[in-house]
Ligand binder design. Structure first.
Ligand SMILES: Nc1ccn([C@@H]2O[C@H](COP(=O)(O)OP(=O)(O)OP(=O)(O)O)[C@@H](O)[C@H]2O)c(=O)n1
Ligand SMILES: C[C@](O)(CO)[C@H](O)COP(=O)(O)O
Length: 225
């Protein structure tokens, strides 16, 4: 029987965030941001394993307590997100038909409801799928001069979130060339194989902490739960 495994890439440097400590280790309510991300995955009864990918040179992880019982630590992070995911996937030694849910460490406000919606709607889909949100605003393409070059029709445009869930065998095949810069999420790797992942409605609160101001919003969301 196929299992569900969560894989959390957490080997980034947070260059846009700009802090000396990588953003996944910044404190939110006295705990590292990453701990909040792992909570929702570890508490999901139908996810059997939760593995976090950190950089081989990570100097922060061991300075915190990680009480989550399902947690495995894979020190195989790579130079890009896709390479970290590919390294983690190889280290998991999952069966080819196991489901792997890849979830950004930096998306610490994923709700149990959105996670369950993904699991339910992807179900036994032949390809797999991802949380995403339809674009709500008018979209502009910028010129190099910082002026509007065009208004882009937003029909059919969605913003990809995570988790993104695919069978381990298909995902490993898709990530064989993980260094390809066109692979910015798991779905894009699957698309390069010619498949069409399923879009499942995500939620605004499942944003990726990217800039310093995002931390304030994440703290407010987590405090309200
Ligand atoms: N080499 C990398 C790069 C990113 N990530 C992870 O991928 C997720 C999404 O990436 P992003 O938010 O872009 O994080 P960073 O790469 O850390 O940020 P930045 O692009 O601003 O440097 C994060 O949880 C990050 O830790 C990773 O595991 N390995
Ligand atoms: C995978 C992702 O979260 C989808 O929105 C996102 O692409 C990761 O961030 P990055 O800046 O592209 O690494």
């Amino acid at each position: 029987m196929s299992r569900r495994i969560a894989l959390v890439p957490a080997a980034g440097h947070g260059s846009r965030f700009g802090s000396a400590t990588p953003k996944q280790y910044l404190l939110l309510d006295s705990r590292p941001l990453l701990a909040h991300t792992l909570d929702v995955l570890c508490r999901c009864a139908s996810i059997g394993r939760v593995a976090v990918v950190i950089s081989p040179g990570d100097e922060w992880f061991d300075s915190f307590d990680w009480p989550q019982p399902k947690l495995e630590v894979l020190r195989v992070g790579g130079p890009s997100r896709a390479e970290s995911v590919a390294g983690g996937l190889a280290a998991l030694a999952a069966d080819a038909d196991d489901w792997v849910l890849v979830h950004d460490a930096a998306r610490c406000c994923l709700s149990p409801d959105a996670l369950q919606r993904l699991l339910d709607e992807v179900g036994d889909d032949a390809i797999g799928g991802l949380l995403a949100q339809p674009v709500a605003d008018t979209v502009k393409r910028a010129s190099p001069q910082g002026r509007v070059a065009a208004t882009v029709p937003r029909d059919g445009l969605w913003l990809a979130q995570t988790p993104q869930m695919f069978r381990a065998g298909l995902l490993a095949e898709a990530l064989q060339d993980a260094a390809n810069p066109a692979i910015t999420d798991e779905a894009s790797a699957i698309e390069l194989l010619g498949h069409a992942p399923r879009l499942v409605e995500g939620e605004a609160q499942n944003f990726k902490v990217t800039w310093p101001q995002d931390l304030v919003l994440a703290a407010a969301i987590l405090a309200a739960r």
